[in-house]
Design a protein around this ligand. Sequence first.
Ligand SMILES: [Zn+2]
Length: 83
Amino acid sequence: MKKKLLVFLLAIVLLAGFFLVLINKNQAQQSIHYHTGFLIYIDGILQDFSAQKYIEISAYQIEKAHLHDNVGDVVHVHQPGAT
Ligand SMILES: [Zn+2]
């Protein structure tokens, strides 16, 4: 009887572990947030993209690479496969 209970409890622990790994994997995929430097020089002069007109983003653009928080030299990516 104790052996069956032990096997049953072990199966529950293994299933719980499996689902926790699965949930963590899905959450990791949903929380993508990459940064990269964004420096553009024209005739040797670093351009400033911190003005609001470069920061404003549409719902379409937020799914791609974009600038925000009036920081013009860091691109943010929040979607897998964004280019
Ligand atoms: Zn960011």
